[in-house]
Design a protein around this ligand. Structure first.
Ligand code: SF4
Length: 400
């Protein structure tokens, strides 16, 4: 979005006081994110009443009809499938008298209606050269596919982002090459599910992409973020083993281990298949770091299902795991499932898993004591001869 707006002649500033237009990028994935998105946008408009506040992103994409009618304070909305097409609403925004410091409600309402109409159009996913990155210096995110066709029963992402659309390999490799040439050391390859990359064109292409990236010269790290464990391409392992620049770091969202819950979630794996995947990874790559996410409190999750998940956790010995409680989302299949788990019980299960994982993580980290690792230096502590750095075993948390 920034690249698109800069291409249209705007100047980006991270200081809201300097800006004429404030763009709020929202999330519409789960209840907490939705609340936070709305509260943040309204708080910004309240703080800067004479600036134009544009709400964009997934929340708008999911709830555009409600938002446009209910958030009268907000000047414009962008819910286009193509975030980069946001510059299309600029002519409308320029016509607002708000820019002259005088809010004019009838004009604002007209723009709100227009921006909504424009954003309903189907647009192609366009790519802009990203001169400015919001990630930490030295690190960049390269998205290789948009949308998801896995349709897990609890997940709103396919409703928001649509079905899988993979980028052309050539364009991805050229972007990676450009970043390396600009001195970016760590490239995070992301998508909702990297294992599905290319499937919309006929077959899995992650292996081909990594071979193409491996052919590039230079010093860099490639970090793969989010591979659905049900279709993990085993051929990846030898590619990673043969090119140390592709990090042996795996983010595999297992979500659960109970057969009944996995089935209800619409996932095909099992406790056994996931344990065997972990074993295969460690066999080929003894230094592999594996992290995962789990969802507790899914409708119908009994104490027994939960104990199966704990058994799995003990057996899997993962390096790290994030735990989420189930959020009941409209228009997903799970919305109508019976057997809801009380919020308090779900929270207790989350804390239980987190405690168990914490002690596993502490033990797992012991294998790095006394070893020398290459690290990415990210910050110098002001006024001290001290630097903060990160090894291959840890990704940068978004907005750390
Ligand atoms: S694979 Fe991930 S993004 Fe796709 S539907 Fe399942 S949970 Fe959602």
């Amino acid at each position: 979005m920034i690249a698109s707006l800069e291409g249209a002649g705007l100047t980006w500033s991270e200081v809201p006081e300097e800006a004429d237009i404030i763009l709020v990028n929202t999330c519409g994935f789960i209840a907490e994110a939705k609340e936070e998105s709305i509260e943040t946008t309204l708080a910004i408009k309240e703080k800067y009443p004479y600036k134009q506040v544009v709400m964009a992103g997934c929340l708008v994409r999911r709830y555009r009809h409600h938002l446009i009618h209910e958030l009268n304070e907000i000047d414009a909305f962008w819910s286009g499938a193509d975030p980069a097409a946001i510059s299309e609403i600029l002519p409308d925004l320029y016509s607002l008298p708000v820019l002259q410091g005088m809010p004019d409600l009838p004009a604002a309402a007209e723009v709100r209606a227009k921006s909504h109409k424009r954003s309903k159009r189907k647009v192609q996913y366009t790519l802009f050269e990203r001169k400015r990155l919001l990630s930490f210096p030295g690190s960049a995110y390269v998205k290789i596919a948009e949308g998801c066709s896995n349709n897990c029963s609890y997940c709103a992402i396919p409703l928001i982002r649509g079905t899988l659309r993979s980028r052309e390999r050539r364009s991805i490799v050229s972007e990676v090459k450009d970043f390396i040439g600009r001195g970016i050391f760590e490239i995070n390859i992301i998508a909702q599910d990297l294992a599905s990359f290319g499937v919309d064109r006929g077959s899995q292409e992650l292996e081909l992409l990594l071979n193409d990236i491996s052919a590039l010269k230079g010093e860099f790290w490639i970090r793969l973020l989010y591979i659905h464990p049900d279709h993990f391409p085993r051929s990846l392992l030898s590619i990673i083993r043969d090119d140390p620049r592709i990090l042996p770091y795996f983010d595999l969202p297992f979500q659960h281990a109970s057969p009944a819950i996995l089935k209800a979630m619409g996932r095909k794996g099992s406790k056994e298949s996931y344990l065997s995947l972990i074993e295969e990874i460690h066999k080929c790559l003894p230094d592999a770091v594996i992290r995962s996410t789990f969802l507790v409190g899914f409708p119908g999750e009994s104490r027994e299902d939960f104990l199966t998940l704990i058994d799995f956790l003990e057996a899997a010995q993962l390096d790290w795991a994030g735990v989420f409680t189930y959020s009941r989302e409209e228009d997903t299949r799970a919305f109508s499932f019976s057997g809801s788990v009380a919020k308090g019980a779900a929270m207790r299960r989350k804390r239980e898993i987190e405690e168990i994982q914490l002690s596993i993580t502490e033990k797992r980290l012991e294998r790095f004591i006394g070893r020398e690792l290459a690290v990415l230096v990210e910050e110098r502590v002001r006024g001290e001869d001290l630097f903060l750095a990160r090894g291959y075993l840890r990704r940068r948390k978004w907005m750390d």
